[in-house]
Design a protein around this ligand. Structure first.
Ligand SMILES: [Zn+2]
Length: 380
């Protein structure tokens, strides 16, 4: 995703601005001043721009909060000029859950729309006609703000926000991947067919939509639509690749890759011994057992590096200081796709496997990916 700057933290989720977003701000300002917008109008549009950003953040938070309900973490929310992304760890497996996580975003904008419409209809003293004239002037961007009173200006702002949120709802509900509507569509299809076929159909719809967008961009000269179309084209293709990969990984179980012949370490193992093991064989990850033969911790490449780079305290053996104890156990019957998800979530490059005979096996991500690479070669 490249560099992004954190601007806030909501519900424990970092909200970040992508660097391209920051790049766009001065450009927008320049266009506004070139269009002859006065200070007044620039302040008006700046506030509107901030409110729009808030709406996008709320949309992404909708996804994140729904995902949290299903026990799925969101790493962060990144805002870029064209869209926001909530980086959800792993979309839920169950289609109904995926549906609700996807639907939560547009639903937030719909709720905002209802509130704004309610406000404008009930409280706004300005007539619809005044607002629409102001809106046309504002959208053409050439005139200074029409001679509206402050109250009317506020209503104009609310009306513009209403329209933007309505556009967000409609646009996001287009059944084309990677948009929310595409995810909802795929989740719906998954009830009748497998996920890969559902993704293929949703990707096909996305490509049709891309052609339509390019057409509209060509005939209206709205180049932003062409960029959007290109983006959807790339992202939907990527979505299909990811699903294909996922389906492939699901064919294999951990039992096929788990390592049971490794050198067990204990709390007396020294650096020299471990270094020797590494030099001799291909062991890069280790399991440390206590006196009763129970697993007490694991050492992945990261911990090994820290251990070897720390000067020896000289006080007895220090292996126990560096072992990780925050691991979870996997079982040999789960699919390799689940293994990768678990490794990603635990942020550990290796995990212990509780075998059927209660012995401990080891699995590291390199072995999983190498196995998959090899099986792919066999297939082709
Ligand atoms: Zn969304």
């Amino acid at each position: 995703m490249g560099r992004a700057i954190q601007i806030a933290r909501i519900f424990g989720i970092p909200i970040k601005l992508h660097w391209t977003y920051i790049l766009v701000l001065p450009a927008v300002y320049m266009i506004w001043t070139q269009d002859g917008l006065g200070t007044d109008a620039i302040i008006f549009f700046s506030i509107l721009f901030i409110l729009l950003t808030v709406c996008v953040i709320l949309h992404e938070l909708g996804h994140a909060v729904m995902a949290k309900r299903f026990g799925i973490k969101t790493d962060d929310i990144i805002l870029s000029p064209l869209f926001g992304v909530a980086r959800i760890r792993q979309m839920p497996e169950a289609p109904t859950r995926e549906f609700w996580v996807a639907a939560a975003g547009p639903l937030v904008n719909l709720v905002i729309c209802i509130f704004l419409a309610g406000y404008l209809l009930v409280f706004a003293p300005t007539t619809v006609e005044q607002i629409s004239t102001g809106l046309t002037d504002a959208l053409q961007g050439k005139a200074n703000l029409p001679g509206l009173e402050n109250a009317a200006r506020f209503e104009l702002g609310m009306a513009i926000l209403f329209i933007i949120n309505l556009v967000l709802v409609v646009f996001n509900l287009v059944p084309a991947l990677p948009m929310d509507g595409g995810r909802m569509f795929r989740a719906g299809l998954s009830i009748f067919t497998d996920k890969l076929t559902a993704t293929r159909i949703a990707t096909f719809v996305a490509q049709m939509f891309v052609i339509l967008l390019f057409g509209v961009a060509y005939f209206t000269g709205q180049w932003v639509l062409a960029i959007l179309a290109a983006f959807i084209f790339i992202m939907s293709g990527q979505e299909l690749r990811v699903t294909r990969e996922e389906t492939f990984r699901k064919q294999f179980t951990l039992a096929e890759v788990v390592k049971t012949n490794y050198t067990p370490l204990n709390s007396f193992s020294t650096r020299t011994e471990v270094k020797e093991l590494m030099d001799r064989g291909f062991e890069r990850n280790f399991a440390v057992f206590d006196n009763e033969g129970k697993l007490s911790g694991i050492l992945t490449e990261n911990e090994l590096a820290r251990w070897f780079n720390t000067p020896n305290s000289g006080v007895g053996n220090d292996i126990e200081i560096f072992v990780r104890r925050d691991f979870i156990y996997l079982t040999p019957d789960i699919s390799l796709d689940k293994v990768i998800t678990n490794m990603r979530n635990s942020e550990l490059g290796m995990l212990p496997v509780l075998m059927e005979d209660k012995s401990i096996g080891l699995i590291d991500s390199d072995s999983v990916f190498e196995f998959l690479k090899f099986r792919k070669k066999l297939r082709s």
